[in-house]
Design a protein around this ligand. Sequence first.
Ligand code: AMP
Ligand code: MG
Length: 351
Amino acid sequence: METRLVTVDREHLRETMPAEAAELLREGELVAFPTETVYGLGGDALRPDAARRIYAAKGRPSDNPLIVHIADTDALPVLARDIPEGAWELAERFWPGPLTMILHKQPSVPDATTGGLPTVAIRMPSDPVAAMLIRESGVYIAAPSANASGRPSPTCAEHVYEDLQGRIPMIIDGGSVPIGLESTIVDLTGEIPLILRPGFITIEEIRSVLPTTEYDPAVIRRVKDDTIVARAPGMRYRHYAPKGELTIFEGDLAKVVARVQAEAEAKAAQGYRVAVLASEETKDRYHGLTVRSVGDREEEATVATHLFATLREFDRMGAEYIFGESFPEAGVGQAVMNRLMKAAGYRIVEV
Ligand code: AMP
Ligand code: MG
């Protein structure tokens, strides 16, 4: 299959959106498109055949459910039932935006989309390209991140092409995404709201609307512990991982830099291809090593934006060992460290 890469002009969306994208979705075919979080791989959420195509294209286990993207809150009761008042309050405050809600599904949502679960994940993206695609196609779009399963999520169209070229008919190129991490997922089907995946919208922000919100215990663990089972199936899989072995060091920053320098030098001396994941503040403190800054410690959002692209860059360099700094876990830092620890397979060293 030939993959068409179509670039849209955000200043002239109506004129540059390919009409074929909406048609493909209506036919049950797949289209990759930008959202404000990461690129999504979309298909008709109400068609089991489209969901199966998504799993096949990504090489994703079919028990890992998809998020359904909508363009209007009117779609909520079409897809979900027994919607608690809190869901409407979160929608009012955070939609359109990087928040996904887990609700009890309506029978019209096929098991193929929800991975057999009785619940459905729903989000209203704020990216105008995504919103227009949902509206023009008239389809609720089931879309996981548009990467090959296990790889870092795509933050630009080139990443999607790298992973899915030849496997899907179309990629809409809307440039680099602004957020760079997947949405915050809140489960509203239990006694209290639970965050199943941290994202750009923080627990403090969710609590400002629903004060009893807690993290799913699997989200905040810091060690590989198979006795704590994540409630979001996708959080159970090996994920975001670069091809090289990534180790994260945490503690006093000066000591971290010294330790990363030493560990990286030692591996380089053995003849391995080595890279360092650093920050704007520290990148010039390393010597004789391949160093990439992932962002500015003072502005955590910049780390979020560049994290996945940086992990992919390490793959392109053929890095066999990657030594990385850790970042403060406040605000969006919680989501950054969640992804980084998973990428590192929980190889975290205290210095
Ligand atoms: P992705 O779109 O790649 O970010 O993956 C979607 C994420 O949402 C995965 O981690 C899924 O496990 C999670 N998810 C989707 N539907 C549900 C659901 N009904 N219950 C819990 N987690 C879900
Ligand atoms: Mg994903």
